[in-house]
Design a protein around this ligand. Structure first.
Ligand SMILES: [Zn+2]
Length: 236
């Protein structure tokens, strides 16, 4: 009886640990950082972002909205051909904590199918819209084979319609650069002109401090990073 009781406790905790499986950052002892762009593709900003990334040879991860990809498939193709990674940010950017398991899965799978059809690649990372997630959301993502990716540094680079608050350049810069460390996952938005205007400066600032940019996949695959450590000590 005792064995069954303890067995059930272990099963409960292992199941809940699995179901809440999400990633916030990579290793802090390595100088790698992942830039991520949510909510695209957008005709007004995606190409501008891609051009800056290309100029500085920086790979990034785009967490795309399925509905937007359907409207602008060429922009997704350009992201992929530029060597960037594509993550899943649902089909309609709904707040998933308000939905049933069936609807949550639909939101993820629809985007997966659209991206697969256009790029031939299956998305494997997922980011919940507006950061809203709970046991059900992360469990649905896990069951579909996804890793949920959150962030360490949220640029806050968007207009808040509810509070009518618009961030300043100074605010965004402090959110990104203020407490940066190795292993950071930076969340910015595709569709914000201010982000485009600041991107080059942010990239060069971080490069001067010794950081290297990688995709989300590279950031969390420790072993593949181990062989790329720079020779000299870093000023982090
Ligand atoms: Zn979003």
């Amino acid at each position: 009886m005792k064995i069954i009781f303890y067995g059930l406790i272990i099963l409960f905790f292992s199941q809940s640990a699995y179901s809440h499986d999400y990633i916030i950052r990579g290793r802090t002892d390595l100088p790698y950082i992942a830039l991520t762009f949510d909510d695209g593709p957008r005709p007004e900003t995606t190409r501008k972002i891609l051009s800056i990334l290309k100029k500085h040879r920086v790979p990034a991860t785009f967490f795309v909205i399925g509905k937007q990809v359907k409207k602008y498939p060429d922009l997704l193709t350009e992201e992929v051909s530029g060597g960037h990674e594509i993550g899943n940010h649902t089909y309609s950017h709904s707040i998933l904590t308000n939905l049933t398991a069936e609807k949550i899965k639909q939101e993820i799978l629809l985007t997966e199918q659209i991206v697969l059809k256009i790029s031939g690649k299956r998305t494997k990372y997922f980011r919940p819209p507006a950061g809203h997630f709970n046991y059900l959301v992360s469990n649905c993502a896990n069951r579909l084979g996804y890793k949920t990716i959150l962030c360490t540094n949220n640029a806050g680079d968007y207009f808040n319609a509810a509070t009518k608050w618009r961030p300043s350049e100074k605010y965004i810069k402090s959110k990104i650069l203020g407490n940066i460390r190795g292993g950071a996952i930076i969340l910015m938005h595709d569709g914000t002109q201010m982000t485009v205007d600041m991107l080059e400066n942010i990239i060069t600032n971080l490069q001067k401090r010794g950081y290297k940019f990688v995709t989300v996949s590279e950031l969390i695959e420790y072993k593949s990073l181990a062989g790329k450590l720079p020779d000299k000590p870093l000023k982090l």
